[in-house]
Each structure stands twice: as structure tokens, then as C-alpha cells.
Design a protein around this ligand. Structure first.
Ligand SMILES: Cc1cc2nc3c(=O)[nH]c(=O)nc-3n(C[C@H](O)[C@H](O)[C@H](O)COP(=O)(O)O)c2cc1C
Length: 412
């Protein structure tokens, strides 16, 4: 199918927004607005409009629009994004592979875990801050690596990086980004990690590692579970192709390695001074080997159900990995996180932090960097409320006493 250009897509966003907003009072230059404090009781308005990272035309800037989108839940973002995104791009981002069983499991598995609150414990307002591989974050949620943010918004990874940084947390940049890793690094004042897909020509990967170090990235994430962009039945049926103007500017014409071994893990460690995060770990056995190979952190992930369909939900894989790791390295978990209670359950099961994917791209498509910041604000408000009610004063107080198998649910 034909893909619209980023500019055309952006104009569509603008006209869709303008059509939806009746009150002229809601129209203002986005840069003059400040986001309202997120509250647990009401929906967080999602800011739509400003795209000053992408240097849009002066004419467009003058018409930047701010309107509240009533996003009560990050799940709502998917439906809203569907309305403004190119259908092929939306299918590419939203779908899982094959029968999408793993994609569904990523959400369903959270429904098999119940929270065990501790009331009457007199805890103050919870402190959400954490330190992850030496980086101080305002909440235990980070942006996971994803390729091709240009499919979602003209500002591409620059918008995501800025929104993530404004939320006080960490951006992971994919090798498959549409902007250079140097430009993305400059777009955020927050910390950032670089996710590497190894090239067949390892000298190209070595160069990328050096560039990442020079640009101020503080860790390298090696993804071990993917050898191609996610492929889904929906994109196959639509004949989706990446728009020609959305190039992989960092890897250029390099082809990615389709067979990885522990030697490749060693290669990365030998060719960077940065700590290594292994992403895609799904079994205790793999976690044990990762520790033996000196990784600095483990990211438990099934790639958001976009690669091998049939593997377990990442949240189900987490406890066994936590048991093996025994707090020797931090554990990040991604795949399916949408609500504060999901973050709560993952932290209670032993994750040090979680990472979010698709909601970030949906928020980017709807509101550029401010959309991304709004999504984080919403998640932060939910987690704050959940921890407050459940009797947790800080992220460090989480443990398995705060969760149980949901009554009536079989083993997953
Ligand atoms: C559009 C898209 C592109 C992705 N590209 C990458 C990538 O380049 N590198 C990578 O390690 N993971 C990639 N992922 C996987 C994410 O890092 C993460 O594992 C997944 O999105 C988490 O699930 P969630 O979307 O349910 O939050 C991608 C995910 C999406 C949705």
C-alpha cells in the first residue's frame, strides 16, 4: 500500500485535530502551554501539536494546536493513534507476529496476577526515583528501543528522545533509528542507551559502538531475539513497505547478522567500554549464561510479541530469571506494560525497572515530544496512586509479598 509522507501525515493530524476541537480557546501555540499536573482521578490531557524538534515551516508553527485528548489509560492511545497514522505504519507498529498469541499473552498474563496491598502502614507519598546502571531516573520506566519512529511522527526519534528526557527518564535508541544517534543524543537532556543490531560486517558495528560512546550513550543494549523487523500477517496482507524517505541512517547499507552466538556477546564486550545490557532473555538458563558472560544488566523481553510467536509472556518469564540473577545485575522487563498496575506487578516480581514500547510511538504520533511526556506523566500518576494505596513508600520496598496468583487462575 502507499504510505503517506511524514509531512502529509502531519497535516492529516492537524486537520483531524482541528476538526475535533470546537472551542477556539483550546487552540494555542503549544510551546506556550505547560502540561497540567497529572492526577490519579482524571484523565491526563495529551498534548497535541508542537513539533519544534523537526523544524517545521513557520506557517505550521503558527498553527500549532493544543487540545486535551482524554487519555485515561495508555491502552486508549492505540485507538487514537489508529485515527491519525498511515494504516500500514499503524499495522507495522501495533501487530504481533503470526497468530499474535504472544502479543495477547503479554497483556493477558498481567490479568493472572493479583496485587496484595498492605493497608494501615502509614507510608508517605511514594518516591518513584531509581538509579539504573548509574543513571538517576524519575520513575522506574524507560523507553525501549524501537526502529523507525519516523513512521509515527515527523520528529521521529528526536521527539521521542526529548519527551522521554522531559519525563526524567532514559531513552534507548535503536540501530534502526531514522535519525543519527548523534542528533538523537543531542535532543534529550536525559540519559540514553544505544541498542545494537550486529552487522554482518563487524567492523561497521565496531564503528557504531565508538560513535555511541562519543555521543554520550551510557550503555549498549544487544538485542538477541530478532533478525528482521517484525513481520505480521496484517503487514503482509497490506503489502506494507517502509517509505523510501525513512532510511536507516545509522546502519546505512549494512545487513544485519542472522545468526548470533555467545561469541557475539563477547565481541560487543571487547569492543566497547560501556556496560552491556542483554535484551531478549526469556529463560533462567539464558540468564545464567548471561551472568557468566559478564553482562551488566538483563532485559527480559519477547520483543513485544513481534518475533517468535508462542514464547511466553515476558511477565511470566520474569520470576524464574529473578531467582537465578539474585540481584547480581539489574533486570529490566518489557512487553505489554500499559498501566501503573503492570509496572507495580513487574517490580513486585523482581524487576528493577520496566520499559515501554508501542504506547510511546502512539503518543509520539498524537503529540510529538509532548505526547510522549504526557504518556509518561499518566503512567507516573497511576503508579504513584497504586503504590500509595498499596502501602509502598518507595520503589526499593517492592517484593513478592505484594503480589499473588489471581484466585481462580491456573498456572500460566
Ligand atoms: C515498531 C517497533 C519497532 C521495534 N524495533 C526494535 C528494535 O529496533 N530493537 C529492539 O531491540 N527492539 C525493538 N522493538 C521491541 C521493543 O524494544 C520492545 O521489546 C517491545 O516493543 C515491548 O513491548 P510493548 O510494545 O508491548 O511495550 C520494536 C517494537 C516495536 C513496536
Amino acid at each position: 500500500m502507499a504510505s503517506t509522507s511524514p509531512l502529509a501525515r502531519r497535516q492529516f493530524i492537524r486537520s483531524a485535530v482541528a476538526g475535533a476541537v470546537a472551542a477556539p480557546a483550546l487552540m494555542a501555540n503549544a510551546q506556550t502551554q505547560t502540561a497540567p499536573a497529572a492526577s490519579g482521578a482524571t484523565a491526563t490531557p495529551l498534548r497535541v501539536g508542537s513539533d519544534n524538534d523537526a523544524a517545521p515551516s513557520a506557517a505550521f508553527k503558527a498553527q500549532d494546536i493544543v487540545r486535551p485528548l482524554q487519555i485515561a489509560d495508555l491502552n486508549d492511545l492505540e485507538n487514537e493513534a489508529r485515527k491519525v497514522m498511515d494504516p500500514g505504519a499503524f499495522a507495522f507498529i501495533s501487530s504481533g507476529s503470526d497468530s499474535q498469541w504472544t502479543l495477547r499473552e503479554n497483556r493477558a498474563a498481567f490479568g493472572r496476577i493479583a496485587i496484595k496491598p498492605q493497608y494501615l502502614v502509614g507510608k508517605p507519598a511514594p518516591d518513584l526515583r531509581i538509579t539504573l546502571l548509574g543513571q538517576q531516573l524519575s520513575l522506574p520506566v524507560i523507553t525501549t528501543p524501537m526502529g523507525a519512529h519516523g513512521l509515527a511522527h515527523q520528529s521521529a526519534e528526536l521527539g521521542t528522545a526529548r519527551g522521554t528526557g522531559e519525563a526524567g527518564t532514559l531513552m534507548t535508541v535503536s540501530t534502526a533509528a531514522n535519525r543519527t544517534i548523534e542528533d538523537i543524543a543531542a535532543a534529550t537532556k536525559g540519559p540514553k542507551w544505544f541498542q545494537l543490531y550486529l552487522a554482518d560486517d563487524l567492523s561497521k558495528s565496531r564503528d557504531l559502538l565508538k560513535r555511541a560512546e562519543a555521543a554520550g550513550y551510557s550503555a549498549v543494549v544487544l538485542a538477541i531475539d530478532a533478525f528482521a523487523p517484525g513481520s505480521s500477517d496484517a503487514t503482509l496482507r497490506m503489502g506494507f513497505q517502509f517509505p523510501a524517505n525513512l532510511g536507516l541512517v545509522n546502519s546505512g547499507s549494512s545487513t544485519f547478522k542472522k545468526s548470533l552466538s555467545w561469541d557475539d556477546v563477547k565481541f560487543v564486550k571487547d569492543n566497547t567500554r560501556l556496560p552491556l545490557v542483554l535484551k531478549g532473555v526469556l529463560t533462567p538458563e539464558m540468564a545464567q549464561l548471561a551472568l557468566e558472560h559478564g553482562v551488566a544488566a538483563i532485559q527480559v523481553s519477547n520483543h513485544g510479541g513481534r518475533q517468535l510467536d508462542g514464547v511466553s509472556a515476558a511477565i511470566d518469564a520474569l520470576p524464574g530469571i529473578v531467582d537465578v540473577v539474585q540481584k547480581r545485575v539489574p533486570i529490566i522487563m518489557d512487553s505489554g506494560i500499559r498501566r501503573g498496575t503492570d509496572v507495580f506487578k513487574a517490580l513486585a516480581l523482581g524487576a528493577n525497572a520496566v520499559a515501554i514500547g508501542r504506547p510511546v510511538l502512539y503518543a509520539l504520533s498524537l503529540g510529538g515530544w509532548m505526547g510522549v511526556k504526557s504518556a509518561y506523566d499518566r503512567l507516573k500518576a497511576e503508579l504513584t496512586r497504586d503504590m500509595l494505596i498499596a502501602g509502598l513508600g518507595s520503589v526499593q520496598e517492592f517484593n513478592r509479598d505484594f503480589v499473588m496468583r489471581a484466585p481462580g487462575q491456573g498456572a500460566s
